[in-house]
Design a protein around this ligand. Structure first.
Ligand SMILES: Cc1ncc(COP(=O)(O)O)c(C=O)c1O
Length: 417
């Protein structure tokens, strides 16, 4: 009996693309029930930045479990929560001269986005949000209204209102000119546009196809938000937490977002956790428990998440991320050069690198071929044409190179080379 096919909902997605029952994980490797190993270039869609079963994180969790520490306490105060807050402030915020309150909510990314949208609307007294083409912000109704993907939007069953979509910088018609147009429209009282509560943006769009906004564009967007009295929300749920070679994806943009949404990697070992960084003056608009949730921080994630923050006490992990990201980009560029006539494009930052092959059916075949040969990754972007690689930041060079090798060979096979 295949219990999954017989009884699990039709909504199953990844398990269709990767038809194996996974039993073990060790850094960048996953093993299935048959004992076959896979090199993981998907890392739980950006959750497992520190690898599967990171020994230091596991040890911290085991010690906590054996100590009889409380596991679930709603949003009550616990030592792991205090330790996480202190470590986050001292390791991440203070060295960057960033001053934010830490808001915990239900533990998935979409919860963080919902909270950010609510607060922006509360602070400004406005209803409209501006999101961008190909942005991905979650599946609950508020965040889904900001998510651009038609397939996901169609599942909503109700109109997704109060969000205007504008071209992301790299989209056709995007760029600086498009922000100028948007500014001119907002300045024209007869343009029909209402001033927004917030702009929500991923500096590096992940699910949307690995599209990177420039410093110049992010600064212009922030200036526009400020001039309109709107908030700037940066959604760093997939691109934050070290993925791009800096803790936040936007650190080289010299911007100062009003709200930063985080989730996925901050829980460290793959247990869920979400957190918004909120400017104090905005945070003051919340009333106690207004955006409540049963799992507003749970202690295993605080313990593992706190342990993971040790990785950011110096530059070692981040410089390694930049170095490995260059290796990935070079390999992808050499594949693109090999197939020059196909006009593949290589995009990314740090250890989120991608090859856009412009063909969703072929991308699926390549992903399946990689799976068959022991490497996991997921296509993304419009029509699924973008082969996005996001291995754990802790992947050893040997696995990185082996995984890239399997990837290159799968492309050759599927291209008939
Ligand atoms: C940028 C971004 N925002 C929000 C989300 C939603 O997170 P979750 O699936 O945990 O609700 C995701 C998930 O992939 C994401 O990549």
């Amino acid at each position: 009996m295949n219990w999954f096919e017989s009884y699990e909902s039709e909504i199953r997605a990844y398990s269709r693309a990767y038809p194996a029952v996974f039993v073990k994980g060790d850094n960048a490797r996953q093993t299935d029930e048959e004992g076959k190993e896979y090199i993981d270039f998907y890392a739980g869609a950006g959750v497992l930045n520190f690898g599967h079963n990171n020994p230091k994180l596991i040890q911290a969790v085991i010690e906590y479990l054996q100590s009889g520490g409380v596991l679930h306490t709603l949003d009550m105060m616990t030592p792991p929560k205090r330790a996480f807050i202190q470590a986050f402030v001292e390791t991440i915020l203070q060295p960057r001269n960033m001053d934010y309150k830490l808001q915990f909510m239900g533990p998935t990314g979409t919860n963080a986005v919902e909270a950010a949208l609510k607060l922006a609307r509360r602070v400004t007294g406005r209803g409209e949000i501006v999101a961008f083409t190909q942005g991905f912000h979650g599946m609950t109704l508020g965040s889904l209204a900001c998510t651009a993907n038609e397939y996901f939007r169609n599942a909503s069953g109700v109109p997704l209102n109060h969000v205007a979509h504008w071209p992301f910088e790299t989209h056709k018609g995007g760029g600086m000119e498009s922000l100028k147009t948007l500014r001119a429209m907002y300045e024209n009282s007869s343009s029909g546009l209402e001033k927004p509560a917030a702009f929500i943006i991923e500096t590096l769009q992940a699910e949307g196809g690995v599209n990177l906004a420039s410093k110049e564009w992010m600064q212009a967007l922030q200036a526009l938000a400020r001039d309109l009295g709107a908030l700037l929300i940066v959604d760093d749920i997939q691109s934050g937490c070290g993925r791009t070679g800096s803790y936040f994806s936007f650190e080289d943009c010299d911007i100062d977002p009003d709200i930063i949404t985080l989730a996925k990697g901050i829980g460290g070992i793959g247990t869920p956790m979400a957190m918004n960084l909120v400017k104090t003056e905005h945070d003051a608009h919340w009333q106690p428990g207004e955006h409540t949730g049963t799992f507003r921080g749970q202690n295993i994630s605080f313990v593992a998440g706190r342990e993971a923050l040790h990785y950011f006490e110096d530059d070692e992990l981040l410089s390694e991320t930049r170095r490995k990201g260059e290796i990935m980009a070079e390999q992808l560029s050499s594949i693109a050069e090999k197939y020059t006539a196909k006009h593949f494009s290589v995009r990314g930052k740090g250890m989120m690198q991608a090859l856009d092959i412009g063909d969703g059916a072929l991308a699926k075949k390549i992903a399946r071929d990689c799976f068959d040969h022991g490497m996991l990754f997921g296509p993304c972007g419009v029509g699924g044409t973008v082969l996005k690689l996001i291995p754990p930041l802790t992947i050893p060079d040997s696995d990185l190179l082996e995984g890239l090798n399997i990837f290159g060979q799968a492309i050759d096979r599927q291209m008939g080379a």
